[in-house]
Each structure stands twice: as C-alpha cells, then as structure tokens.
Write a protein that binds this ligand. Structure first.
Ligand code: SF4
Ligand code: SF4
Length: 381
C-alpha cells in the first residue's frame, strides 16, 4: 500500500474558525415531483416529503428547476413562515441494542448511518473519525470543537451499551483546538482511546484509517464526528434539519463554516454571508478533488449530503496532450495504470475517485472521470 500524502493548500484560503448560523432562510427547496403535491397546502417543520426533511414550516409556492449533486431536479419551494410549527413532538428514543439503533436511524431517515451498520455482519470495534474528506473542508473539525463533550459521552455510552471491544476517536494531529478540548474531558472516559493521526489526504477513507490504526476493517463500524452528533440529536428527540457546510476558495474574501437549514439555496447563503471577489470563478460541490463542477451556482440546493462548496478563481488550466510523465500512475493509491485507462478509455472498479491523478497531471487532463466506473474493464497494475 502506498503511503498517504499531505496535499498543499493555497496560503490565501483561510477558513475562519467559527460557526456562522443561517437558520432562518426565506425559502427552502424540497426535491419532489409535482404529482406528489396534490393535497399539500401547508408544511410542518421536521416532516418528510419523499425522504427529504422539511426544515422550516411554511407554505408551498410552486416548483423550480434546481440542482442536486450537479443534476437538474424539480424542487418544491416552501416559503418560511418563521413559526417553526411541528406536527408532532418527538419522543426521546432509548437504545439498548444495534437493532434499536437501526430502527431509530430508519425512523429518522438517517440512511447513510443505517447502511454502514447493516453492511457489517458483526461489529466489535468502533472508530469515530474527525477527518474531513478533503482540503478546504472543516466540518468534522468544527463539529468536534463545538460538541466535544456530547460526542465523547455518546461514544462511551455506545461502547458500553453495545458491548464493543474498542472505541477509538481519531483526530487529525493538526486540530489543536479540538485536541485541547478533548483532552480536558477524556479522563472521564478511560475506555475510550483518543488517537492523533497525521494530516494526510484519504485518512478519512475506512481502508486507510483502519490500516493506520491497525484495526480490522471487516468488523469495525466507522462513523464521522457529524454522524455521532446527529445520533445524539435524535436521542434528544430532535430531527436533523440543519448541517455544517464549509464554503471556501481563493475567489472569496473569507472562507466560512456555516450551520444552515437543509434545503436552503446556495444563492441565499452567498447573498447573506459570502463575498466573491472576482468575476471569473469556478465552483465545486463536495470537494476540489472528489467533487464535481457546478455550472449554475444560483440553482444549488444544500442537501443532507452537501459537505462543502469551493469557489476558486478561474485559472488558465487548458487541457494539453499527455506528455507521458507517469505521474498519475505514481500517485494513484491503488496502483491503477491511469495513463493506459486514459488512452484506451478503460474503467477500473478499484478507482476510489480520489482525484489525485487529476491533481497531479501536468496536462490538466480529467482522468478520474474516465477511470472511475462500475462498467469496467479491470486493467493491470
Ligand atoms: S481517482 Fe482513481 S485512478 Fe485517479 S488516482 Fe484516485 S484511485 Fe487512482
Ligand atoms: S499525469 Fe497526465 S501527462 Fe502524465 S502520464 Fe498521466 S495523463 Fe499523461
């Protein structure tokens, strides 16, 4: 296995170490096709429409074409009445077994966490990762800093209730603020191991994380700091209608972490918090390396799965001919012959979509797009 690398970050992108809240938007958008709208005249906060949470209470005012994951969808626009009216008051669930936890997650539409649990035939170890997926992203970092007491307590409770052998909190060794806070309370939880790991790209990947910690992958549940925070909110009888999103990039006056309602349009967040300093810029959703380009910033909806938005100055990165340097193959963590995939239009199911080949290619070729895919012809090493 190749050693992980540290990616250089631009010095002029500095993410402000505070949370900015945007919890009273004018409107939110819910992905929906209009046939489902028949009898809806009012929407309650924390209700669900087609698996999407309604994060405010208010009145539906029609459909708009919006973007989710870079794809065009129809979305119902809900005008916030700022009353936060809820149809039902939720009870506080108790968890005694994994089955209880799975049921609670299912009831609250936290399917990503549920699927992580369901995919493991047996769970003996538990890792909570405070590593963000990419550079210019600090949601996990700040979630730990803001909620460290509750996060540590819940990890310890889950370890006991679910009779797990190991519980590890993995923190980036550069998260000085988080480490200080965790150390101030970690003595209360002697069974919880706090591990400081190097700030390397792909450390959030389960394969690399378990390898670094020398813990087997196949019986280990790995959750993020944000996922633990969400479970904790649910156990308090709340819903997950808000999330952290990092908005960063060298085209911005300031890069910020925003706690926002789910369903808000990126346009409304930018209007309230962000100053773009140039006229020509490029926007990526969910990461510079693993994410995708957004062509119409005004149409983007913040969903449960939105982690970050990067807005960078447009640079003259014209694609040129492959110069046969071999850098893409050298950097690929899973040893795919990237150049051969590119020249022969082959895919590999082993591709992690990490984007390191694109990042390193001096010819500015979009290699990840070509290599990553399920309908593959597995290649060679
Ligand atoms: S995106 Fe795929 S091919 Fe490119 S470096 Fe990552 S794993 Fe290798
Ligand atoms: S890094 Fe780019 S230029 Fe170099 S071999 Fe790979 S595809 Fe060609």
């Amino acid at each position: 296995m190749k050693p992980l690398i540290k990616l250089e970050e631009k010095k002029d992108v500095f993410i402000v170490n505070n949370i900015y809240e945007f919890l009273n938007p004018e409107n939110v958008y819910i992905p929906l096709n209009d046939s489902q709208l028949k009898d809806i005249s009012y929407l309650y906060k924390d209700s669900y429409l087609d698996n999407s949470i309604v994060s405010v209470s208010g009145f539906p005012i029609g459909f708009e074409d919006m973007l989710i994951n870079g794809k065009k969808i129809k979305a119902l626009k809900v005008n916030n009445d700022f009353k936060e009216n809820k149809e039902f008051r939720k009870s506080k669930p108790k968890i005694k077994t994994f089955q209880d936890l799975v049921q609670v997650l299912e009831f609250n539409h936290l399917n990503t966490i549920k699927e992580k649990i369901m995919s493991l035939p047996q769970i003996d170890n538990f890792i909570v990762s405070c590593f963000d997926e990419e550079i210019y992203e600090m949601n996990e970092f700040m979630c730990l800093v803001e909620n460290y007491k509750e996060i540590l307590k819940l990890i310890d409770d889950l370890k006991k209730v679910l009779a797990l052998e190991n519980a590890v909190l993995a923190i980036k060794n550069t998260n000085v603020k988080g480490i200080k806070k965790v150390k101030s309370v970690s003595g209360i939880y002697p069974d919880l191991k706090v591990m400081l790991l190097p700030d390397k790209y792909l450390m959030s990947n389960p394969f690399y994380l378990t390898d670094y910690l020398n813990i087997p992958l196949d019986n280990t549940l790995i959750l993020t700091t944000n996922e633990i925070y969400e479970i904790n909110e649910i156990l308090k009888g709340k819903s997950i209608s808000e999330k952290y999103v990092t908005i960063s990039g060298d085209a911005l006056k300031k890069s910020l972490i925003i706690k926002t309602k789910i369903g808000v349009s990126l346009k409304e967040i930018i209007h309230n918090f962000i100053k773009i300093t140039v006229s020509d810029y490029v926007v990526y959703e969910n990461g510079l390396l693993q994410g995708y380009k957004i062509n119409d910033l005004d149409k983007v909806i913040i969903t449960y799965n939105t982690r970050c938005i990067v807005i960078n100055k447009l640079e003259d990165n014209m694609e040129t001919e492959c110069i046969n340097c071999g850098a893409c193959m050298k950097i690929c963590p899973v040893n795919i012959n990237v150049k051969k995939c590119y020249t022969q239009n082959l895919k590999s199911h082993r591709c992690l979509g990490c984007g390191l080949c694109d990042y390193i290619c001096p010819a500015n070729l979009s290699l990840k797009e070509i290599v990553k895919g399920e309908n593959h012809e597995e290649t060679f090493d």
